[in-house]
Ligand binder design. Sequence first.
Ligand SMILES: Cc1cc2nc3c(=O)[nH]c(=O)nc-3n(C[C@H](O)[C@H](O)[C@H](O)COP(=O)(O)OP(=O)(O)OC[C@H]3O[C@@H](n4cnc5c(N)ncnc54)[C@H](O)[C@@H]3O)c2cc1C
Length: 587
Amino acid sequence: MSENMNGGGNTLAETEYDVVVVGAGASGLTAAMTAARGGASVIVLEVAEGIGGTTAKSSGGFWIPRNRLQLERAQTDDHFVDDRDGCLAHMARMAYPEKYDRGAERHGLDQHEWDHIVHYYDNAAEVIGDLESTDDITIMWLGSFRGDDLGLPSWFETEEDGNTYGRLLCVTAFDKDRGSAGFSLSAKRTGGSDEAMQSLGATFGDGVDLTLRLAASLRKYGGDVVCEHRVTDLVFDDEGGVTGVVADSPSGSVTVTARKAVIFGSGGLEHDKELREKYLRGPIVGSCGVETNRGDLVRIAERHDLSLGNMREAWWATLPLEPCLASTEQGELMNQLYGDATVGVSFEGKRVSNEKESYNERGKIHSYQAPDGSYPYRLLVQVLHGSVIDDPSEWPARWPVPVAPEIPEYVVKGDTLEELADALRARLDGLADQTDGFQLSDDFVPNLKATIERFNGFAETGVDEDFGRGNTWPQQYFSVQFRGEDEKPNFTMYPIADTGPYYALVYGASCLGSKGGPKITLDGQILRNDRTPVPGLFGAGNCIASPTGAAYWGGGSTLGPAIFNGYCAGRAAIGDPLTAASSYVSA
Ligand SMILES: Cc1cc2nc3c(=O)[nH]c(=O)nc-3n(C[C@H](O)[C@H](O)[C@H](O)COP(=O)(O)OP(=O)(O)OC[C@H]3O[C@@H](n4cnc5c(N)ncnc54)[C@H](O)[C@@H]3O)c2cc1C
């Protein structure tokens, strides 16, 4: 074992390798271990003090259609049948909703968009199978926490794809004592969702297990990681091919030569204010991606005429405003708006979305732009009846809703709706210099009362006529059910009583990571603006133009492509592309 291989070492043993990988998350580690397994000498340069990136904070789920576990189970259980045409249509629709046309050739997508989707559907399962053949990785389903043996449901039921089970995989746990692996991790998850899933009976290896398994495999094949090295630029030869990188290190600027290739797996731009304001489709209040993800590849691409794509998109979510003002990196995401007697409303007191919709879809609501260019929903308010706060259920999607009597600062309280609005106004006044004075409208209280009256009617009938809350199984799956015999016909909704107390928290858009960057070929090779591939330059994961477009195909849709594209890049980087077809330049 190299002495650098502790995830905390920050000294380069050499300055020349076959393959230089940038970033030690899922995409970078998969690329690195794949290239090392193919016989290349490999170094991973990681800016943080430890490995894992956002991957190590995640639940570790990856979305792989037609995987071997799913195919086996489909023999006896129709829930697991994976219909290729239906799934491809689902993927196309969610990735490019504005282009999608089911009856059209390629469902209306451009050739390269379609090729990437088909490439993923047809090859991702084989890639995972090949990773399993290392004996370092064994897949399992990310287990259900509702006592069934189906695994977690897909995030969506679409008419194209139904509610197909079995695509959300994870790795088996690394070992009981993760410290024994000899790696230090850069970031930690907080918020307790994974622990809550496990305490309700779900079994799975999480993002730490995934990180450690990939890193251990890299080590087995002779690869190495060095931390505290931030790659800031590329080195080119006279023909325009990439031959190395420049990095800031504890001992100053270093140049590391790559005899065969450089592969970026350096995450998104979520923690660079300038880049996210320039590119993302709307403002975000913070992110649960690691704060070392600062869009360095985007800046490099801007300097070197590389072709950027999917720049408006991210893996969207929401976060409470006030913790983000203290630190833009948060340790958890708001999965749904937790609770039954609760609504999410605009600063005018009106509902604007389905509170139980997946985080990616809810996160997009905040970027709605009014004709005058403003973002009226950039901040929203979750209003809860006290009965939700009083219930102590430890539920996976609970954070950031507290359990009484421990009420955090970011939650305000009022015995009446008027008092609640007063408390919110006072809080927002105090934050005015950080929120451009965004404040509740004068008619917030009457509007909120009307909203609650209408919502309470929906709660009684069980049908949310405005947004369809709780009308699919995935929405219900993540919703807490704690009232027993008092429950209403649709347990995701319960009338908000006309006596308090009431609680509220202000929340805004966030992301798990952005997903725009240089466009890639099917092999992960990065393209110039003239659509020619740059010799020796590859990318995968959240730092490149994601082949997923705007989609979150289902749980695990960020790590699935990160691993897949990392693998493809690792193979192509050493001259062993996955398939003959994948050397096709499709842009
Ligand atoms: C709470 C939470 C739960 C999640 N759960 C899931 C899940 O179950 N399934 C799923 O699919 N997704 C999940 N995600 C999202 C997923 O974790 C990320 O999308 C994914 O890990 C991104 O992988 P990556 O390799 O692209 O980036 P990362 O894992 O973030 O790795 C990028 C690495 O590059 C390093 N880096 C950045 N710039 C440089 C530079 N210039 N030089 C050197 N190093 C650099 C960073 O420090 C980082 O270590 C979750 C996210 C969160 C926050």
